[in-house]
Design a protein around this ligand. Structure first.
Ligand code: 6PG
Length: 483
Protein backbone atom coordinates (compact mmCIF):
# COMPACT_ATOMS: atom_id res chain seq x y z
CA UNK A 1 0.00 0.00 0.00
CA UNK A 2 1.35 3.39 -0.99
CA UNK A 3 -1.54 5.86 -1.11
CA UNK A 4 -2.09 8.14 1.90
CA UNK A 5 -5.51 9.23 0.65
CA UNK A 6 -8.10 7.93 -1.80
CA UNK A 7 -10.98 9.41 -3.76
CA UNK A 8 -14.11 7.46 -4.70
CA UNK A 9 -16.27 9.02 -7.43
CA UNK A 10 -14.41 10.76 -10.21
CA UNK A 11 -17.01 13.08 -11.74
CA UNK A 12 -15.94 16.72 -12.08
CA UNK A 13 -15.65 17.51 -8.34
CA UNK A 14 -14.04 14.18 -7.43
CA UNK A 15 -11.42 14.21 -10.17
CA UNK A 16 -10.50 17.82 -9.47
CA UNK A 17 -10.13 17.09 -5.76
CA UNK A 18 -7.98 14.04 -6.56
CA UNK A 19 -5.78 16.16 -8.84
CA UNK A 20 -5.46 18.86 -6.19
CA UNK A 21 -4.42 16.21 -3.63
CA UNK A 22 -1.84 14.76 -6.04
CA UNK A 23 -0.47 18.22 -6.85
CA UNK A 24 0.21 18.74 -3.14
CA UNK A 25 2.38 15.69 -2.65
CA UNK A 26 -0.27 13.18 -1.67
CA UNK A 27 -0.34 9.73 -3.25
CA UNK A 28 -3.95 9.34 -4.29
CA UNK A 29 -5.82 6.06 -4.72
CA UNK A 30 -8.62 6.32 -7.28
CA UNK A 31 -11.85 4.42 -7.69
CA UNK A 32 -14.82 5.05 -9.92
CA UNK A 33 -17.81 2.82 -10.68
CA UNK A 34 -16.84 2.86 -14.36
CA UNK A 35 -13.12 2.26 -14.71
CA UNK A 36 -12.88 4.23 -17.99
CA UNK A 37 -13.24 7.44 -16.04
CA UNK A 38 -10.30 6.48 -13.79
CA UNK A 39 -8.21 5.68 -16.85
CA UNK A 40 -9.19 8.97 -18.45
CA UNK A 41 -8.12 10.93 -15.38
CA UNK A 42 -4.69 9.27 -15.40
CA UNK A 43 -4.38 9.70 -19.15
CA UNK A 44 -5.26 13.41 -19.09
CA UNK A 45 -3.74 14.45 -15.77
CA UNK A 46 -1.29 11.74 -14.70
CA UNK A 47 1.37 14.46 -14.62
CA UNK A 48 -0.29 16.14 -11.66
CA UNK A 49 1.35 13.67 -9.25
CA UNK A 50 1.08 10.15 -7.88
CA UNK A 51 -2.13 8.24 -8.57
CA UNK A 52 -2.92 4.62 -7.79
CA UNK A 53 -5.87 3.47 -9.91
CA UNK A 54 -8.07 0.63 -8.67
CA UNK A 55 -10.63 -1.50 -10.53
CA UNK A 56 -12.50 -2.68 -7.44
CA UNK A 57 -13.26 -1.13 -4.09
CA UNK A 58 -11.25 -3.92 -2.41
CA UNK A 59 -8.23 -3.13 -4.56
CA UNK A 60 -8.74 0.57 -3.75
CA UNK A 61 -8.79 -0.09 0.00
CA UNK A 62 -5.75 -2.37 -0.24
CA UNK A 63 -3.77 0.43 -1.91
CA UNK A 64 -4.23 2.78 1.09
CA UNK A 65 -1.76 3.10 3.97
CA UNK A 66 -3.16 2.94 7.52
CA UNK A 67 -5.15 4.61 8.91
CA UNK A 68 -6.80 4.34 5.52
CA UNK A 69 -8.50 7.56 4.50
CA UNK A 70 -10.99 7.74 1.64
CA UNK A 71 -12.97 10.73 0.42
CA UNK A 72 -16.30 9.95 -1.21
CA UNK A 73 -17.39 12.35 -3.95
CA UNK A 74 -20.59 10.77 -5.21
CA UNK A 75 -24.19 12.03 -5.36
CA UNK A 76 -25.83 12.81 -2.00
CA UNK A 77 -28.43 10.30 -0.82
CA UNK A 78 -28.60 6.61 -1.81
CA UNK A 79 -25.35 6.52 -3.89
CA UNK A 80 -23.46 7.93 -0.87
CA UNK A 81 -25.00 5.32 1.46
CA UNK A 82 -24.07 2.50 -0.94
CA UNK A 83 -20.47 3.70 -1.24
CA UNK A 84 -20.08 4.11 2.53
CA UNK A 85 -21.36 0.57 3.03
CA UNK A 86 -18.95 -0.90 0.47
CA UNK A 87 -15.99 0.98 1.97
CA UNK A 88 -16.86 0.10 5.56
CA UNK A 89 -17.08 -3.57 4.59
CA UNK A 90 -13.62 -3.48 3.06
CA UNK A 91 -11.94 -1.28 5.71
CA UNK A 92 -10.71 -1.96 9.25
CA UNK A 93 -11.34 -0.25 12.61
CA UNK A 94 -9.51 3.07 12.84
CA UNK A 95 -9.90 3.82 9.12
CA UNK A 96 -11.56 7.05 8.02
CA UNK A 97 -14.40 7.51 5.55
CA UNK A 98 -14.95 11.11 4.44
CA UNK A 99 -18.12 12.23 2.66
CA UNK A 100 -17.26 15.33 0.63
CA UNK A 101 -20.69 15.68 -1.02
CA UNK A 102 -23.46 18.12 -0.13
CA UNK A 103 -25.11 15.66 2.27
CA UNK A 104 -27.95 16.55 4.60
CA UNK A 105 -26.40 16.93 8.07
CA UNK A 106 -28.95 14.63 9.69
CA UNK A 107 -27.86 11.86 7.28
CA UNK A 108 -24.29 12.59 8.35
CA UNK A 109 -25.23 12.29 12.04
CA UNK A 110 -26.89 8.93 11.33
CA UNK A 111 -24.01 7.63 9.22
CA UNK A 112 -21.38 8.73 11.71
CA UNK A 113 -23.19 6.87 14.47
CA UNK A 114 -23.43 3.67 12.39
CA UNK A 115 -19.84 3.80 11.21
CA UNK A 116 -18.49 4.65 14.65
CA UNK A 117 -20.29 1.59 16.03
CA UNK A 118 -18.21 -0.44 13.60
CA UNK A 119 -14.98 1.07 14.95
CA UNK A 120 -14.31 3.31 11.93
CA UNK A 121 -14.38 7.11 11.66
CA UNK A 122 -16.86 8.95 9.52
CA UNK A 123 -16.32 12.58 8.58
CA UNK A 124 -18.96 14.65 6.79
CA UNK A 125 -16.96 17.38 5.08
CA UNK A 126 -18.46 20.41 3.37
CA UNK A 127 -16.53 21.29 0.22
CA UNK A 128 -17.19 24.67 -1.33
CA UNK A 129 -15.85 26.41 -4.39
CA UNK A 130 -17.30 24.36 -7.21
CA UNK A 131 -15.14 22.51 -9.72
CA UNK A 132 -12.58 25.27 -9.92
CA UNK A 133 -12.24 25.39 -6.14
CA UNK A 134 -11.87 21.61 -5.88
CA UNK A 135 -8.90 21.83 -8.21
CA UNK A 136 -7.21 25.01 -7.05
CA UNK A 137 -8.22 25.27 -3.42
CA UNK A 138 -11.66 24.84 -1.87
CA UNK A 139 -12.96 25.96 1.49
CA UNK A 140 -13.37 22.83 3.59
CA UNK A 141 -15.73 22.22 6.50
CA UNK A 142 -15.03 18.84 8.11
CA UNK A 143 -16.98 17.37 11.03
CA UNK A 144 -16.20 14.08 12.79
CA UNK A 145 -14.02 13.10 15.72
CA UNK A 146 -10.91 14.89 16.98
CA UNK A 147 -8.99 11.70 16.28
CA UNK A 148 -9.95 11.64 12.58
CA UNK A 149 -8.94 15.32 12.33
CA UNK A 150 -5.40 14.37 13.39
CA UNK A 151 -4.96 12.31 10.21
CA UNK A 152 -7.22 14.28 7.95
CA UNK A 153 -6.27 17.80 9.06
CA UNK A 154 -2.82 17.96 7.43
CA UNK A 155 -4.15 16.43 4.19
CA UNK A 156 -7.02 18.90 3.99
CA UNK A 157 -4.74 21.81 4.89
CA UNK A 158 -2.49 20.83 1.99
CA UNK A 159 -5.28 21.33 -0.59
CA UNK A 160 -7.45 24.09 0.89
CA UNK A 161 -7.55 27.63 -0.44
CA UNK A 162 -5.42 30.14 1.43
CA UNK A 163 -6.71 33.38 2.89
CA UNK A 164 -4.10 35.75 4.25
CA UNK A 165 -1.67 32.85 4.55
CA UNK A 166 -4.07 30.57 6.44
CA UNK A 167 -5.62 27.43 4.93
CA UNK A 168 -9.39 27.69 4.60
CA UNK A 169 -10.18 24.64 6.69
CA UNK A 170 -10.94 24.07 10.34
CA UNK A 171 -12.35 21.18 12.32
CA UNK A 172 -15.91 22.43 12.67
CA UNK A 173 -17.14 19.98 15.31
CA UNK A 174 -18.33 16.41 15.88
CA UNK A 175 -20.43 14.27 13.52
CA UNK A 176 -22.72 16.41 11.30
CA UNK A 177 -21.29 19.84 12.27
CA UNK A 178 -19.33 20.23 9.02
CA UNK A 179 -22.26 19.50 6.77
CA UNK A 180 -24.48 21.72 8.93
CA UNK A 181 -22.13 24.66 8.42
CA UNK A 182 -21.86 23.90 4.69
CA UNK A 183 -25.66 23.89 4.50
CA UNK A 184 -25.84 27.35 6.11
CA UNK A 185 -23.06 28.51 3.78
CA UNK A 186 -25.28 27.55 0.87
CA UNK A 187 -28.29 29.27 2.44
CA UNK A 188 -26.25 32.46 2.68
CA UNK A 189 -25.15 31.86 -0.93
CA UNK A 190 -28.85 31.90 -1.94
CA UNK A 191 -29.35 35.19 -0.04
CA UNK A 192 -26.26 36.80 -1.60
CA UNK A 193 -27.28 35.70 -5.08
CA UNK A 194 -30.86 36.93 -4.69
CA UNK A 195 -29.59 40.30 -3.38
CA UNK A 196 -27.41 40.67 -6.45
CA UNK A 197 -30.31 39.62 -8.68
CA UNK A 198 -32.64 42.15 -7.09
CA UNK A 199 -30.07 44.92 -7.50
CA UNK A 200 -29.68 43.95 -11.16
CA UNK A 201 -33.45 43.97 -11.62
CA UNK A 202 -33.84 47.45 -10.12
CA UNK A 203 -31.20 48.78 -12.54
CA UNK A 204 -32.39 46.75 -15.53
CA UNK A 205 -36.11 47.25 -15.48
CA UNK A 206 -36.47 50.08 -12.99
CA UNK A 207 -33.74 52.30 -14.44
CA UNK A 208 -33.58 50.92 -18.00
CA UNK A 209 -29.83 50.22 -17.86
CA UNK A 210 -28.17 47.70 -20.20
CA UNK A 211 -26.42 44.56 -18.90
CA UNK A 212 -23.10 46.13 -19.94
CA UNK A 213 -23.82 49.26 -17.90
CA UNK A 214 -24.89 47.17 -14.92
CA UNK A 215 -21.78 45.01 -15.33
CA UNK A 216 -19.70 48.20 -15.04
CA UNK A 217 -21.55 49.13 -11.86
CA UNK A 218 -20.82 45.71 -10.33
CA UNK A 219 -17.21 46.03 -11.39
CA UNK A 220 -16.99 49.31 -9.51
CA UNK A 221 -18.81 47.84 -6.49
CA UNK A 222 -16.27 45.04 -6.40
CA UNK A 223 -13.70 47.66 -5.41
CA UNK A 224 -15.77 48.61 -2.34
CA UNK A 225 -16.73 46.82 0.87
CA UNK A 226 -18.92 44.56 -1.32
CA UNK A 227 -15.79 43.00 -2.84
CA UNK A 228 -16.60 39.32 -3.29
CA UNK A 229 -16.47 36.42 -5.70
CA UNK A 230 -20.19 36.59 -6.51
CA UNK A 231 -20.05 40.32 -7.35
CA UNK A 232 -16.94 39.73 -9.45
CA UNK A 233 -18.47 36.94 -11.54
CA UNK A 234 -21.71 38.91 -11.91
CA UNK A 235 -19.77 41.83 -13.42
CA UNK A 236 -18.12 39.41 -15.85
CA UNK A 237 -21.22 37.51 -16.85
CA UNK A 238 -23.20 40.69 -17.49
CA UNK A 239 -20.62 41.63 -20.14
CA UNK A 240 -20.97 38.26 -21.88
CA UNK A 241 -22.58 38.24 -25.35
CA UNK A 242 -24.54 35.37 -26.88
CA UNK A 243 -22.61 33.80 -29.76
CA UNK A 244 -25.75 33.10 -31.76
CA UNK A 245 -27.54 36.44 -31.56
CA UNK A 246 -24.89 38.87 -30.31
CA UNK A 247 -27.28 39.95 -27.56
CA UNK A 248 -26.28 40.07 -23.88
CA UNK A 249 -26.31 36.42 -22.86
CA UNK A 250 -28.22 37.15 -19.65
CA UNK A 251 -31.14 38.48 -21.72
CA UNK A 252 -31.70 35.19 -23.50
CA UNK A 253 -31.37 32.91 -20.48
CA UNK A 254 -34.70 31.55 -19.24
CA UNK A 255 -35.71 33.23 -15.98
CA UNK A 256 -36.35 30.08 -13.95
CA UNK A 257 -33.79 29.44 -11.20
CA UNK A 258 -32.97 25.87 -10.25
CA UNK A 259 -31.83 24.50 -6.92
CA UNK A 260 -30.60 21.25 -5.54
CA UNK A 261 -31.93 21.44 -2.00
CA UNK A 262 -29.32 22.88 0.34
CA UNK A 263 -31.09 26.25 0.59
CA UNK A 264 -34.35 24.49 1.36
CA UNK A 265 -32.63 22.46 4.10
CA UNK A 266 -31.25 25.67 5.62
CA UNK A 267 -34.75 27.06 5.92
CA UNK A 268 -36.36 23.78 7.05
CA UNK A 269 -33.71 23.41 9.74
CA UNK A 270 -34.14 27.02 10.81
CA UNK A 271 -37.87 26.41 11.15
CA UNK A 272 -37.17 23.41 13.36
CA UNK A 273 -34.75 25.42 15.47
CA UNK A 274 -37.02 28.46 15.59
CA UNK A 275 -34.29 30.67 14.09
CA UNK A 276 -35.59 33.43 11.83
CA UNK A 277 -33.58 33.20 8.61
CA UNK A 278 -36.04 35.30 6.65
CA UNK A 279 -33.45 36.47 4.15
CA UNK A 280 -32.45 32.94 3.15
CA UNK A 281 -36.12 31.92 3.07
CA UNK A 282 -36.95 34.70 0.61
CA UNK A 283 -33.93 33.69 -1.46
CA UNK A 284 -35.25 30.13 -1.68
CA UNK A 285 -38.85 31.18 -2.31
CA UNK A 286 -37.78 33.65 -4.99
CA UNK A 287 -36.25 30.74 -6.91
CA UNK A 288 -39.40 28.69 -6.31
CA UNK A 289 -41.60 31.52 -7.58
CA UNK A 290 -39.46 31.97 -10.68
CA UNK A 291 -40.13 28.33 -11.51
CA UNK A 292 -43.94 28.48 -11.03
CA UNK A 293 -44.60 28.42 -14.75
CA UNK A 294 -48.35 28.02 -14.65
CA UNK A 295 -48.86 30.63 -11.96
CA UNK A 296 -46.70 33.18 -13.78
CA UNK A 297 -48.36 32.50 -17.13
CA UNK A 298 -51.74 32.86 -15.42
CA UNK A 299 -50.73 36.18 -13.88
CA UNK A 300 -49.61 37.46 -17.28
CA UNK A 301 -52.89 36.36 -18.83
CA UNK A 302 -54.89 38.01 -16.05
CA UNK A 303 -52.93 41.19 -16.55
CA UNK A 304 -52.78 41.82 -12.80
CA UNK A 305 -52.81 45.54 -12.18
CA UNK A 306 -50.01 47.66 -10.68
CA UNK A 307 -47.20 50.05 -11.55
CA UNK A 308 -44.97 48.90 -14.40
CA UNK A 309 -41.67 49.00 -12.49
CA UNK A 310 -40.28 52.19 -14.01
CA UNK A 311 -38.47 54.46 -11.59
CA UNK A 312 -38.60 58.13 -12.54
CA UNK A 313 -35.65 60.46 -11.88
CA UNK A 314 -35.57 64.24 -12.15
CA UNK A 315 -31.99 64.28 -13.41
CA UNK A 316 -28.77 62.33 -13.79
CA UNK A 317 -27.58 63.26 -10.31
CA UNK A 318 -30.62 61.57 -8.83
CA UNK A 319 -30.05 58.45 -10.91
CA UNK A 320 -26.44 58.24 -9.79
CA UNK A 321 -27.44 58.76 -6.19
CA UNK A 322 -29.94 55.94 -6.46
CA UNK A 323 -27.31 53.53 -7.78
CA UNK A 324 -25.29 54.43 -4.72
CA UNK A 325 -28.36 53.77 -2.58
CA UNK A 326 -28.69 50.27 -4.06
CA UNK A 327 -25.06 49.54 -3.18
CA UNK A 328 -25.52 50.65 0.41
CA UNK A 329 -28.82 48.79 0.70
CA UNK A 330 -27.11 45.66 -0.54
CA UNK A 331 -24.44 45.97 2.10
CA UNK A 332 -26.99 46.42 4.90
CA UNK A 333 -29.07 43.47 3.69
CA UNK A 334 -25.96 41.35 3.36
CA UNK A 335 -25.05 42.05 6.98
CA UNK A 336 -28.53 40.90 8.04
CA UNK A 337 -28.24 37.73 5.91
CA UNK A 338 -24.96 36.78 7.59
CA UNK A 339 -26.27 37.72 11.04
CA UNK A 340 -29.19 35.34 10.51
CA UNK A 341 -26.98 32.58 9.09
CA UNK A 342 -24.56 32.73 12.01
CA UNK A 343 -27.50 32.71 14.43
CA UNK A 344 -28.64 29.48 12.79
CA UNK A 345 -25.18 27.95 13.25
CA UNK A 346 -25.25 28.99 16.91
CA UNK A 347 -28.71 27.55 17.47
CA UNK A 348 -27.80 24.36 15.60
CA UNK A 349 -24.66 23.99 17.71
CA UNK A 350 -26.75 24.27 20.90
CA UNK A 351 -29.32 21.79 19.64
CA UNK A 352 -26.87 19.18 18.41
CA UNK A 353 -24.16 19.65 21.04
CA UNK A 354 -21.40 21.07 18.84
CA UNK A 355 -18.74 23.48 19.95
CA UNK A 356 -18.47 25.67 16.85
CA UNK A 357 -16.05 28.58 16.69
CA UNK A 358 -17.94 31.17 14.63
CA UNK A 359 -14.83 33.31 14.10
CA UNK A 360 -13.07 30.29 12.61
CA UNK A 361 -16.06 29.61 10.34
CA UNK A 362 -15.93 33.19 9.06
CA UNK A 363 -12.17 32.85 8.54
CA UNK A 364 -12.42 29.70 6.41
CA UNK A 365 -15.10 31.34 4.27
CA UNK A 366 -12.69 34.15 3.31
CA UNK A 367 -11.18 32.05 0.53
CA UNK A 368 -12.10 29.20 -1.78
CA UNK A 369 -15.85 29.15 -1.27
CA UNK A 370 -18.67 30.67 -3.30
CA UNK A 371 -19.50 33.32 -0.69
CA UNK A 372 -15.87 34.37 -0.22
CA UNK A 373 -15.70 38.08 0.42
CA UNK A 374 -13.56 40.81 1.82
CA UNK A 375 -16.26 41.48 4.37
CA UNK A 376 -15.65 38.11 6.10
CA UNK A 377 -12.43 39.54 7.58
CA UNK A 378 -14.45 41.96 9.67
CA UNK A 379 -17.05 39.29 10.40
CA UNK A 380 -14.39 37.04 11.89
CA UNK A 381 -12.98 39.97 13.91
CA UNK A 382 -16.46 40.65 15.28
CA UNK A 383 -16.80 37.06 16.52
CA UNK A 384 -13.22 37.00 17.75
CA UNK A 385 -13.81 40.03 19.97
CA UNK A 386 -17.06 38.57 21.31
CA UNK A 387 -19.03 41.62 20.12
CA UNK A 388 -21.10 39.48 17.75
CA UNK A 389 -21.89 36.70 20.22
CA UNK A 390 -25.61 37.41 20.20
CA UNK A 391 -25.86 38.95 16.74
CA UNK A 392 -23.49 40.23 14.12
CA UNK A 393 -25.69 43.33 14.08
CA UNK A 394 -24.47 44.22 17.58
CA UNK A 395 -20.80 44.42 16.62
CA UNK A 396 -19.78 48.09 16.49
CA UNK A 397 -18.35 47.84 12.96
CA UNK A 398 -21.64 46.55 11.56
CA UNK A 399 -23.79 48.75 13.77
CA UNK A 400 -21.97 51.74 12.25
CA UNK A 401 -22.24 50.33 8.74
CA UNK A 402 -25.99 49.93 9.05
CA UNK A 403 -26.32 53.40 10.50
CA UNK A 404 -24.47 54.70 7.46
CA UNK A 405 -26.45 52.60 4.93
CA UNK A 406 -29.83 52.88 6.55
CA UNK A 407 -31.19 55.87 4.64
CA UNK A 408 -30.27 54.24 1.35
CA UNK A 409 -31.73 50.93 2.46
CA UNK A 410 -35.08 52.51 3.29
CA UNK A 411 -35.14 54.53 0.07
CA UNK A 412 -34.49 51.43 -2.05
CA UNK A 413 -37.17 49.38 -0.31
CA UNK A 414 -39.70 52.23 -0.46
CA UNK A 415 -38.95 52.94 -4.11
CA UNK A 416 -39.14 49.34 -5.29
CA UNK A 417 -42.40 48.79 -3.45
CA UNK A 418 -44.00 51.96 -4.80
CA UNK A 419 -42.81 51.33 -8.36
CA UNK A 420 -43.82 47.67 -8.42
CA UNK A 421 -40.42 45.96 -8.52
CA UNK A 422 -40.24 42.85 -6.35
CA UNK A 423 -37.32 43.06 -3.91
CA UNK A 424 -38.16 40.41 -1.30
CA UNK A 425 -34.68 40.08 0.18
CA UNK A 426 -34.10 43.85 0.47
CA UNK A 427 -37.51 44.19 2.11
CA UNK A 428 -37.39 41.25 4.48
CA UNK A 429 -33.93 42.10 5.77
CA UNK A 430 -35.07 45.62 6.62
CA UNK A 431 -38.21 44.30 8.33
CA UNK A 432 -36.08 41.91 10.39
CA UNK A 433 -33.85 44.79 11.44
CA UNK A 434 -36.84 46.92 12.41
CA UNK A 435 -38.47 44.02 14.26
CA UNK A 436 -35.30 43.52 16.30
CA UNK A 437 -35.24 47.22 17.15
CA UNK A 438 -38.85 47.24 18.28
CA UNK A 439 -39.33 47.59 22.03
CA UNK A 440 -42.68 45.94 21.67
CA UNK A 441 -43.90 43.63 18.94
CA UNK A 442 -47.50 42.93 18.02
CA UNK A 443 -46.95 39.39 19.26
CA UNK A 444 -48.98 40.53 22.28
CA UNK A 445 -51.99 40.60 20.00
CA UNK A 446 -51.24 37.13 18.61
CA UNK A 447 -51.06 35.81 22.17
CA UNK A 448 -54.40 37.49 22.96
CA UNK A 449 -55.98 35.85 19.92
CA UNK A 450 -54.54 32.46 20.85
CA UNK A 451 -55.84 32.79 24.37
CA UNK A 452 -59.22 33.98 23.07
CA UNK A 453 -59.90 31.09 20.72
CA UNK A 454 -57.88 28.31 22.26
CA UNK A 455 -57.17 29.15 25.91
CA UNK A 456 -53.48 28.99 25.07
CA UNK A 457 -52.67 31.37 27.97
CA UNK A 458 -50.31 34.35 28.08
CA UNK A 459 -47.73 36.03 30.30
CA UNK A 460 -48.12 39.50 31.85
CA UNK A 461 -45.57 42.29 31.66
CA UNK A 462 -46.01 43.15 35.35
CA UNK A 463 -46.19 39.76 37.06
CA UNK A 464 -44.67 36.32 36.55
CA UNK A 465 -46.90 33.34 35.78
CA UNK A 466 -49.28 32.04 33.13
CA UNK A 467 -52.70 33.63 32.71
CA UNK A 468 -55.94 33.02 30.88
CA UNK A 469 -58.83 35.41 30.35
CA UNK A 470 -62.41 34.40 29.73
CA UNK A 471 -62.53 36.86 26.83
CA UNK A 472 -66.08 36.18 25.72
CA UNK A 473 -67.47 36.83 29.16
CA UNK A 474 -66.77 40.49 29.96
CA UNK A 475 -66.45 41.27 33.62
CA UNK A 476 -65.13 37.82 34.50
CA UNK A 477 -61.76 38.01 36.29
CA UNK A 478 -58.67 36.66 34.60
CA UNK A 479 -57.43 33.36 35.98
CA UNK A 480 -53.91 32.65 36.97
CA UNK A 481 -53.10 29.22 35.55
CA UNK A 482 -49.62 28.68 37.05
CA UNK A 483 -46.63 30.56 38.50
C1 6PG B 1 -20.38 25.57 -3.29
C2 6PG B 1 -21.74 25.57 -3.89
C3 6PG B 1 -22.03 24.21 -4.42
C4 6PG B 1 -23.10 24.20 -5.50
C5 6PG B 1 -24.48 24.23 -4.97
C6 6PG B 1 -25.43 25.01 -5.79
O1 6PG B 1 -20.30 25.94 -2.14
O2 6PG B 1 -19.43 25.21 -3.98
O3 6PG B 1 -22.71 25.92 -2.95
O4 6PG B 1 -22.27 23.38 -3.32
O5 6PG B 1 -22.89 25.15 -6.43
O6 6PG B 1 -24.86 22.89 -4.96
O7 6PG B 1 -26.64 24.82 -5.22
P1 6PG B 1 -27.99 24.96 -5.99
O8 6PG B 1 -27.97 24.00 -7.14
O9 6PG B 1 -29.01 24.56 -4.97
O10 6PG B 1 -28.08 26.37 -6.44
Amino acid sequence: ATANIGVVGLAAMGSNLARNLARHGNTVALFNRHYERTEKLIEDHGDDGNFVPAKTIEEFVASLTKPRTAIIMVKAGAPTDATIEALADAMDPGDIIVDGGNSYFKDTIRREKDIRARGLHFVGCGVSGGEEGALNGPSLMPGGTDESWKTLGPILKSIAAQAEGEPCVTHIGENGAGHFVKMVHNGIEYADMQLIAESYDIMRRGMGMTPDEIGDVFEAWNKTELNSYLIEITADLLHEKDKKTGKPLVDIIVDHAGMKGTGTWTVQTALELGTPVTVVAEGVFARGLSDQTELRAGAAEQNLSGPDGTIEFANDEERKAFINDIRQAMYASKIVAYAQGFNEINDGAKEYGWDIDLAAVARIWRGGCIIRAQFLNVVSDAFESGEANVSLLFASYFKDAIERCQGSWRRVVAKTMSCGIPAPVFATSLSYYDALRSKRLPACLIQSQRDFFGAHTYGRVDEPGTFHTLWAEPGRPEEKMSD
